[in-house]
Design a protein around this ligand. Structure first.
Ligand code: LLP
Length: 425
């Protein structure tokens, strides 16, 4: 559910007409809805109502990579969410947005010693460590700072998440985590390292999951591991179950499991674990809370096809080109009739195609259109390919809206380059 709805023939973000935002801010622009973000947080928390968390509040640590905008993070921080970060940049963004350090977990397969030091100084809750060499480096960094790093190993449970190959992370051959069947040895090694305190287990098998089965299989393996680790004498206090629950992109295909169904599965899978549970949802919280607003540059007819050329491109929204992702495309002011067209951007690659032979609202030159479900992995994956400046981002809250990221001036983009002396005339 989202708050992008038609009122008097014009699509509004909450109470703000998108036509107004396009006039004021220009296009393309990402537009986020506060009410939708709040709703998704509430729905996710309610879904976890029945989950036992060793008498402690479960920690919902938003996966910052899904949408790192400062205003989005501040919204989530004020709702009490934590943050799952994977780089120094994400760590700093989370801290600046007001996420308390003790609600931050640091994931990622290639943390550098500098990043570890920064996070240790900030006093984050835990590191999700992905290899023995990584925990050795963390030990050295923690010792040099005179502190102890709380860690969970991210285990690779070797299950097929049944999602797009590029966003699948839980198979043995993937780069993520430590093999679950070697985990006991890794915990033994880690527990003997100075400055390291193993406190939990972490798992994340992939993103845009549309089937709960692989998650349930992974969690069952984690449950067994927790028992074994306790038998081995480790004190396991947390279990981080990652993110990954899919969202509906295409209204015509069966919807992914609901948060309530996910919560019920988690409650069953984790009963009796006696740990504090941590979750790292990204897409579920923000995907449907954002759209990419664009304007039709022109419509042209090829040999057989009709092309709607919009002013957004693959550099602004990479998902269709990278994952063949499907985003619903609608007119902001629909005329009530439909047409079949290919929707493409101006970038000089065939991959800059958002939709092929799509039945959609009639769109003509100058019309505003929007890509739905673009709040996650949208602006954050943008590039400046074709020397296109990064787009503006706007946050709506009821009848208010604010530009929460300025459109990058093209001069600023060019100014980052410099020409060496020998080329100066
Ligand atoms: N935790 C970890 C360790 C992750 O790697 C990810 C996502 C998440 C949590 C959040 O997953 P979510 O709840 O959002 O599914 N760019 C791709 C998605 C890449 C996801 C990477 N990891 C896309 O646009 O579909």
């Amino acid at each position: 559910m989202d708050h992008f709805t038609l009122k008097d023939g014009v699509t509004h973000a909450e109470d703000v007409p998108l036509t107004l935002i396009a006039e004021a801010v220009g296009t393309p622009a990402y537009v986020y809805s506060t009410a939708t973000i709040e709703r998704h947080v509430r729905v996710f928390r309610e879904a976890l109502d029945k989950v036992e968390s060793a008498g402690q509040p479960t920690l919902v640590a938003f996966a910052v990579k899904a949408n790192p905008n400062a205003a989005v993070l501040a919204t989530l921080a004020q709702l009490g969410l934590g943050a799952d970060v994977v780089s120094e940049g994400e760590l700093l963004r989370a801290l600046h947005a007001g996420v308390p350090a003790d609600r931050i977990v640091f994931s990622g397969v290639g943390k550098t010693a500098d990043e570890m030091a920064r996070a240790l100084k900030a006093g984050i809750l835990q590191f999700n460590v992905e290899s023995e060499p990584e925990v050795e480096t963390l030990s050295a960094v923690a010792q040099s700072l005179g502190v102890t790093a709380r860690i969970a190993f991210r285990v690779n449970p070797d299950v097929d998440a049944m999602t797009h190959a590029k966003i699948s992370t839980g198979k043995a051959e993937n780069k993520f985590g430590i093999p679950i069947d070697r985990a006991r040895a890794s915990y033994f090694t880690a527990s003997r390292l100075p400055g390291i305190e193993p406190v939990g287990v972490a798992v994340h098998i992939g993103s845009q999951l549309t089937d709960l089965g692989p998650l349930a299989d992974a969690f069952a393996k984690v449950g067994q591991l927790i028992v074994q680790l306790r038998t081995d004498g480790h004190v396991i206090r947390t279990a981080d179950l990652g993110g990954g629950l899919g969202v509906p992109y295409d209204p015509t295909v069966p919807h992914p499991p609901t948060p309530a169904e996910y919560g019920a599965m988690v409650a069953e899978a984790t009963a009796g674990w006696n740990v504090r549970l941590i979750f790292e949802p990204g897409r579920l919280i923000v995907a449907n809370a954002g759209i990419l607003l664009t304007r039709v540059v022109r419509v042209k007819t090829g040999a057989a096809e009709r092309f709607v050329i919009v002013d957004a491109a693959m550099n602004d929204l990479l998902r269709p080109s990278l994952y063949d992702a499907w985003h619903d495309i609608r007119a902001v002011v629909p005329r009530g009739s439909k047409m079949t067209a290919n929707v493409v951007g101006p970038v000089c690659e065939l991959g800059d195609t958002f939709a092929t032979q799509r039945e959609l609202d009639v769109l003509e030159e100058g019309d505003l259109a929007m890509f739905m479900t673009a709040g996650a992995y949208g602006a954050t994956m943008a590039s400046t390919y074709n020397s296109r400046a990064l787009t503006a981002e706007v946050l709506v809250n009821g009848a208010d809206y604010a530009v929460v990221r300025q459109r990058q001036p093209i001069e600023a983009l060019i100014a980052l380059d410099s020409v060496p002396d020998w080329l100066r005339l």
